[in-house]
Design a protein around this ligand. Structure first.
Ligand code: ATP
Ligand code: MG
Length: 367
């Protein structure tokens, strides 16, 4: 296909408000890509159907969080004039694609997915994994391919999903002809952003682990969380040498601080390397570093918080944005589904040649 259009698809599960891990891992990048003008289409999906795969008994949670995620999007600078914000369940074509892709994936291939394995462990599903949850990587392949996405900006935990999608695309195109587009993953270029740890030092900040700084937290909530953060447990006295590797406070600084933050808030240091060197040598207390991190985060979050307040006063408009986005997304997915069904030869009624040739065959048999 000579189609060189550049298209983004990405999204989030409405299982809670979005946190600074989402911001570092994906949201901030999306806004930059949106404003770069390099993309022909940008689709941002609130993955409610996927959220239901492990929250089937709690639909109200998913329902309530749709608007929270939408508010987080808009307050970070996703602009409905430039990006299509939509709700997954409102696009039935996505479910239909999933049903056909299921035939191209083996059970053992799904069982090998390391992210899903880990999530099953975290949720204590073990022997009672819902089929829908087990198969969500296939549904994610539908989300991506339905929009012919070329670029998927996500955190590191999503790598196995994109690989699964690429396999499905190759398999589909091999059997049925070149219809689907193989997407590329776009990881954060800053290593600290790939998988931001929790404030408790756990490997991943995650809605489900209660270790998050939310984009919608108040100034005071952010300050309290930063001041209570896990650091180097062996850095007991100010004069002790400290470790910056694996220290969440420094990982957050790597993810968020710029040289101009030093100029404005802590001119004693020219940049993060100088600060790290002092901490490693000893003689620099955690409280000072946390205070600086708080200033950096507040600087990043204040405009987001202010925009959120504005949108919170316009909730019906936010739902209208989602409805219009869903309508646009549905039209795009319907086009792909039509191509898919034609390639799979399940387009019986719009294929006049088929009807005529069948008619001829049976007439011939009668003779
Ligand atoms: P859940 O616990 O419900 O799975 P989550 O916090 O993992 O929620 P998702 O909606 O699954 O959030 O992920 C949305 C996007 O944010 C994905 O691109 C994912 O890679 C990214 N992301 C999530 N958590 C982090 C993190 N701690 N650091 C970097 N990126 C993250
Ligand atoms: Mg997740």
């Amino acid at each position: 296909m000579g189609d060189k259009r550049k298209i983004i698809l990405t999204g989030d599960r409405p299982t809670g408000r979005l946190h600074v891990g989402h911001y570092a891992g994906s949201l901030k990048r999306r806004v930059q890509l949106q404003n770069s003008g390099e993309f022909d289409d940008i689709f941002i999906m609130i993955a409610d159907a996927q959220a239901l795969t492990d929250n089937a008994d709690n639909p109200e949670k998913v329902r309530q969080n749709i608007i929270e995620v939408a508010l987080d999007y808009l307050s970070c600078g996703l602009d409905p004039e430039k990006s299509t914000l939509f709700i997954q369940s409102q696009i039935p074509e996505l479910t239909e694609l999933t049903f056909y892709y299921m035939n191209l994936v083996t059970v053992s291939r799904l069982q090998r997915n390391p992210t899903v394995k880990n999530e099953i462990r975290m949720r204590n599903f073990e022997a009672s994994i819902p089929v829908g949850f087990f198969a969500y990587p296939i549904s994610q392949a539908s989300d991506i391919t339905a929009f012919k996405a070329t670029t998927v900006p996500v955190g590191e935990d999503q790598l196995p999903m994109i690989e699964q999608t690429r396999e499905i695309v190759r398999s589909f195109n091999h059997i049925y002809g070149e219809v689907l587009v193989e997407p590329d993953v776009l990881l954060p270029d800053n290593k600290a952003c790939m998988r931001l740890p929790g404030i408790d030092g756990k490997a991943k900040m995650s809605k489900s682990l209660n270790n998050c700084i939310y984009l919608s937290d108040t100034e005071e909530e952010v300050r309290k969380k930063v001041m209570s953060m896990f650091t180097d447990p062996n850095h007991l006295r100010v004069q002790d040498p400290g470790r910056v590797e694996g220290n969440p406070v420094f990982i957050y600084l790597e993810a968020f601080c710029r040289d101009d933050h030093f100029e404005r808030f802590w001119p004693e240091y020219g940049n993060l390397d100088e600060l790290k060197a002092h901490y490693t040598r000893g003689g620099l207390g955690d409280v000072k570093v946390k205070k600086f991190l708080n200033q950096v985060l507040q600087d990043e979050l204040a405009p987001i918080r202010a925009r959120r307040k504005e949108y919170e006063q316009k909730i019906p408009e936010v739902y209208r944005i989602l409805r219009e986005g869903s309508e646009k997304a549905q039209r795009a997915a319907a086009q792909t589904l039509a191509d898919v069904k034609a390639a799979m030869k399940i387009n019986y009624f719009d294929d006049e040649e088929l009807i005529q040739s069948q008619a001829k065959k049976f007439k011939a048999e009668e003779r």
